[in-house]
Design a protein around this ligand. Structure first.
Ligand SMILES: Cc1ncc(COP(=O)(O)O)c(C=O)c1O
Length: 417
């Protein structure tokens, strides 16, 4: 352990809650170097929707590496990239009648967000972007400027400008009609609101505390953007790739964003990959105007394409995620109802779920108790007050049961029942 404490920066975080050294990982489990198994209800913060070392994806990756397939290729044309684009078109875009072009913005979610924000500003000639309370979009300066969390924002060390936060769905517990404030500011030439280039939104705020926006609210937002000529960017980095059920988390709302940010599970195997999807008429980049060395990690293209073929040629995964999600949601609801004196709330959609506790100290202790019982679960929310569940979508029914039993026992251990 000591080399980590000696050499690794204090900025490390997950290793603090899970102070063991992991070595192997298969399916829904991580194994510490002494062989202790941990049921992984965090799944790489949503990067491992198909589980650890998924055997189908592993085979495709090993075959590709074994035949000396190109590993690094900037944004050159490769066989692996062609296969990914063709599979994305055939299995995802065409069946959903979505007409998007694809930007390879760099390896991570923040790269996908930066590309979307830059392009929205270039297309519209406007600087200002609307974001939402408790949003999280990444740790680079542009992405931080549209992120809510004050601790993360303060890390920037400079003023974060050109973004205006608006209340997310249920921010006022339904007291005010949706978009009352936002629309008033847009309509009032005296409001002081700069005309926005774009709105950026998560359909379910993962880092912000598993806040699921209602479909009505999302439709209202899309409608407002259209009426006011504002581009709508959906950041599906965490909630895309089936996390809430459908491939894109906005499908159930029946909206079509102008841009979509994808990363995390789009690589399939936990390899770095991000995509920014844009309506074709927005593709006004000059060649190389957005750029980066690691936009062509071809092994990630291989596992991404294989994941789209394996899990998105039919609706089996979507249906099973919805069903498991309902089951998990109902179980969390009954845990919450068992402690009326503590006012717990079950939250979420699909297999993005959580329980909100009165404060971060209690939520942290529940996650600690879960770790002691062999379950990895993290907190989220502005005060880390939500214990958040993001299991692999491929987990078995018995793993669902096992995880729920551990959560039940952990809440009991902390709240004293
Ligand atoms: C919604 C959302 N957007 C963007 C990001 C940033 O992704 P990355 O950490 O890969 O830069 C995250 C990461 O958690 C996220 O949840």
């Amino acid at each position: 352990m000591s080399i980590f404490e000696k050499l690794e920066s204090e900025v490390r975080s997950y290793s603090r809650g899970w102070p063991v050294v992991f070595d192997r990982a298969v399916g829904s489990h991580l194994y510490a170097e002494d062989g202790t198994p941990y049921l992984d209800f965090f799944a790489g913060a949503g990067a491992l929707n198909y589980g650890h070392n998924n055997p189908v994806l592993k085979k495709a990756l090993l075959d590709y590496i074994g035949r000396d397939g190109v590993t690094h290729a900037l944004d050159m044309f490769t066989v692996a990239k062609r296969d990914l684009l063709e599979t994305l078109e055939a299995n995802i875009l065409r069946p959903r009648e979505l007409d998007y072009k694809v930007i390879f913005p760099g390896p991570g979610g923040a790269n996908a967000v930066e590309a979307a924000l830059k392009l929205a500003r270039k297309v519209t000639g406007k600087e200002s972007v609307i974001n939402f309370t408790n949003a999280f979009h990444g740790m680079t300066l542009g992405a931080l400027s549209v992120t809510g969390n004050s601790m993360k924002r303060s890390g920037a060390g400079i003023p974060l400008v050109h973004a205006t936060p608006m209340p997310y769905d249920q921010y006022f517990d339904g007291v005010y009609p949706d978009f009352l404030y936002f629309e008033r500011l847009l309509d009032d030439s005296g409001s002081g609101l700069n005309e926005p280039a774009a709105v950026i939104v998560e359909t379910v705020q993962g880092e912000g505390g598993i806040n699921a926006a209602g479909f009505e609210w999302l439709r209202g937002l899309s409608d407002l953007c259209q009426r006011h000529n504002i581009l709508l960017i959906v950041d599906d980095v965490q909630m895309g790739c089936g996390r809430t059920g459908p491939f894109f988390s906005f499908e159930d709302a029946g909206i079509t964003p102008d841009m979509v940010c994808l990363s995390k599970s789009i690589g399939g195997y936990g390899l770095p990959l991000a995509l920014t999807l844009i309506k074709p008429e927005l593709d006004v980049w000059e060649p190389g105007e957005h750029n980066g060395t690691f936009r062509g990690i071809n092994p990630a293209f291989v596992t991404a394409a294989e994941a789209l073929r394996t899990y998105w040629s039919d609706d089996e995964l979507e249906k099973s995620t919805r069903a498991k999600g309902e089951r998990v949601g109902a179980a969390l609801q009954s845990i919450a109802e068992a402690y009326p004196e503590h006012g717990l709330t079950a939250k979420g959609r699909g297999l993005a779920r959580g329980i909100e506790f009165p404060n971060g100290e209690i939520a942290g202790r529940v996650c600690g108790a879960a770790f002691d019982r062999g379950l990895l679960m993290e907190t989220s929310g502005p005060d880390s007050e939500v214990a958040k569940l993001l299991p692999p979508l491929t987990l078995s029914e018995s793993e669902v049961d096992e995880g729920l039993e551990i959560i039940d026992a952990s809440v009991k251990a902390v709240l004293g029942k």
